[in-house]
Design a binder for this molecule. Structure first.
Ligand SMILES: Cc1cc2nc3c(=O)[nH]c(=O)nc-3n(C[C@H](O)[C@H](O)[C@H](O)COP(=O)(O)O)c2cc1C
Length: 211
């Protein structure tokens, strides 16, 4: 049985990022019964970013899977054997969330050789990046995964990206100090785009499940 691992790097259950990831999972499951889709919520785990323990670089015992022991260890081992990886995050201050970044440090540092600066994952696999944000396509031109995207591309393969723009951040804008947003404009955007965003995620799931 093939395995797809979805990493949810957002704190909110059942909000924009989680919904796109769920749609991806449904798409993948619809394509084949021979697929396990496992979603891991980083905010439910107790872990740190790279501890610089250097265990992955020990002479004669170097490892391209993180050796630091905490609640991420078994997940990183599972990803090493997976057939597809999905990384989802809301965008905070122009980047992925802190927990997603910490997770990516643990994923990618063991890939990196300090002998020749090559990046080698245990196994290459299809990758999908799912981002959600307040930004619109006109105001979004930065690489939110930063250097980590280059690591992912080199070690796993070129990722496919899905972006949920101009998301609804709260149910009732009037209840908050969110004066730069118009609830009406947000809802109009979402009415025009959200179903399509969900559909793109669903289709990406189907596509990945074909391997
Ligand atoms: C701490 C914080 C920082 C944010 N920074 C940005 C940002 O830099 N750019 C942006 O477009 N949206 C930003 N947002 C909005 C979120 O990215 C957006 O609401 C996202 O869809 C939330 O995902 P969720 O609904 O899955 O929680 C920020 C939200 C929070 C809470």
């Amino acid at each position: 049985m093939k395995k797809i691992i979805i990493i949810d790097g957002g704190p909110r259950m059942n909000m924009n990022t989680a919904k796109l990831l769920q749609s991806f999972a449904e798409g993948a499951k619809s394509a084949s019964s021979d697929i396990e889709v496992k979603t891991i919520r980083l905010y439910d785990l107790d872990y740190k970013g790279c501890m610089s323990c250097m265990a992955c670089k020990l002479k004669g015992r170097a490892s391209n899977i993180c050796r630091f022991k905490d609640s991420l260890t078994s997940i990183l081992e599972e990803i090493a054997q997976a057939d597809g990886l999905v990384l989802g995050s809301p965008i905070y201050f122009g980047e992925v969330t802190g927990l997603m970044r910490a997770f990516l440090e643990r994923l990618a540092f063991p890939w990196l050789s300090y002998n020749d600066y090559s990046l080698t994952a245990p196994k290459r696999m299809p990758v999908v990046l799912i981002e959600t944000m307040n930004g619109t396509p006109e105001h979004n031109n930065s690489n939110h995964f930063g250097t980590m995207e280059w690591c992912i591309t080199t070690a796993l393969g070129e990722p496919h990206r899905i972006i949920g723009y101009n998301t609804t951040q709260v149910a009732k804008y009037d209840n908050y100090e969110l004066g730069s947003f118009s609830e009406e404009a947000k809802h109009a955007w979402q009415d025009a785009h959200w179903e399509e965003d969900l559909h793109k995620a669903y289709e990406a799931g189907k596509q990945m499940a074909k391997f």
